[in-house]
Design a protein around this ligand. Sequence first.
Ligand code: BGC
Length: 719
Amino acid sequence: MDVEKIISQMTVDEKIKLVVGVGLPGMFGNPHSRVQGAAGETYPIERLGIPSTVHADGPAGVRIDPERKNDDKKYHATAFPIATMLASSWNKDIVFEVGKAMGNEAKEYGVDFLLAPAINIQRNPLCGRNFEYYSEDPLLSEELASSFVEGVQSEGVGTSLKHFVANNQETNRMTIDTIVSERALREIYLKGFEIVVKKAKPWTIMSAYNKLNGKYCSQSKWLLTDVLRKQWGFEGFVMSDWYAGDNPVEQIKAGNDLIMPGKTYNVFKNRKDEIEELKAAYEKGELTDEELNNSVRAILNILVKTPSFKGYKYSNNPDLNSHAKISYKAASEGIVLLKNEDVLPFSKETKVALFGTGQIETIKGGLGSGDTHPKYTINILEGFIERDIKVDMEIAEIYKNKVKELRNGEFKPYMIPEFNRIQIPMLPEDIISDENIEKASEKNDFGIVVISRISGEFEDRKLDKGDYYLSDSEKTLLEKVSKKFHEKGKKVLAILNIGAPIEISSWIDLVDAILLPWQPGQEAGRVIADACLGVFTPSGKLPTTFPKDYSDIPSKSFPGTPKDNPTEVTYEEDIYVGYRYYDTFGVEPLFEFGFGLSYTKFEYNNLNIEKFDDYIQVSFDIKNVGNYKGKEIAQVYVKAPKGKIDKPFQELKGFYKTKTLEPQEIEKVTIKMNLKDLASFCENKWILDEGKYEIRIGASSKDIRLTNSIHLCRKEFEI
Ligand code: BGC
């Protein structure tokens, strides 16, 4: 397809219509997308053979409506683990598989662009969308998101790497001005985007809602043209986040090629039709032919690759069974074992009492555009029963009945019209009487308490009981179960079915083990049961720090000033995000970045470092010295010498997840690190300072097993 020829045949009117979406499908009187539930569509120009293309969310699965009016067929899509859990797997292969399966579902349901992955940095534990994001670290985010993009795009469907950039909170996300230094941008917030763009070539990028240092991201020429295109060589098109910014003309001029979803006046009554605004600007000469053509060209260059353009006959019948297996496998790679004092794994003979409403209402993933509509979600109770675990059914029945009663009564889910989403009120946890807890502690070997959380777009989480902290009834339940079971010499396990860190320090001693399955997608109950039984050895490690106390966190300015209605948020912690802060300033976290236990033990040996022109290569051996088979995630941290600027204590520069190692089995690991990636951003360049670089090989950011140093000479790299 000759794009230049098409452009030469297009009228200005057609060009302007192509750079604006057709309006949010199925809302405000706009017709549904042909793929009902999709988030947006582009304008078709039939006379030139340009079809409309369909855009659907999102990171945990293809978000489309599962049911359509007057149609008996179901359009379910697989619910995969949330991105934070994918990141906990540190496994690029499984993330590729997840991406490929999602790409396939998108393609088979008629979707051209999957609005994922989302790689905003988890700057603060309370960001309402952390679950959609990977990590507090750009390298881990970038490595996994690159695999995801490659997976989706291997199916001939586009991705949209989002939200570009520094969209690290939901509070006032559409107007907040994020103030951040260029060094922190380059080293932390832009870094992941830069590498994914260069390595995986996402077809599209979604610019973020927020302002960046005074300018809306979707209207920032510096961001979208100078950095993204000129410096990084991005060749796809940029679309805005839904209804972002305040000036469509500036958007196009800045290099935000597609304004989504179109018809912003549907939502913001004070806004004019984007198409009219663009026409007026064109007529006045404010928007030039060249500027308009640049966007049209960027869009068309990608559209010609889409299934819709190629006339792909989608089946509406993806292989959900095989994708469910991939969802299970990804979850099994991402489960993190946080504490284990002789509890896990347990055998099928073990009698367990399950407490907590989360055993019934197990959270598969978060809300908003990152939500999914799978055919089923196996809850924890169902998973335990299916896997033949001896569950105390008397307690289970009480939970089943009570949850039903509460949901039909006082705790009915309700619609929040302005967010167009269902709110599910949190259930109280004072469901089981003291007598029943006593009885359960007599009859069973273990007490298991499920703690669940859900959050989503539009709102940040709250630093309150029932969110970051346990609710009073959760705390009481834990205390009672802990007391009764411990009195009888029996153990207690907590299962954290959450999307982002909660406070744990104050109650950690009440339990003997903590399993963190995050929000694991539709196979939740099965994968949690199998982890407990040791069908596989948990091998996930934390992609984000769990602080001891909220007051320890570096992002003190979250969510900005003024406090009651922030307009500005200054990233005062600069590059010291996550472990970079905790390690450099000696603040002890509860569970550090990269932490995760296993049923087995690994030994690290034989570190060797070699230097080449542009990179260094480290190699070492990992040996399984325990009694279970399992996988290990080895992490390479580098401590760089101080130059003109301060450096963090250490930074993750590489990692490797082993295959499943049998007891006594050894795997040799080799990791390559480009010298440019060891440099820091200083005075508009990347500078590798001369001096001693300490190479620290760890099982976590704190559990360093092997170290050695290498001397490197100064080098400068252009941006
Ligand atoms: C979200 C995006 C999403 C879009 C379309 C916006 O509210 O920020 O992540 O892709 O909606 O649903």
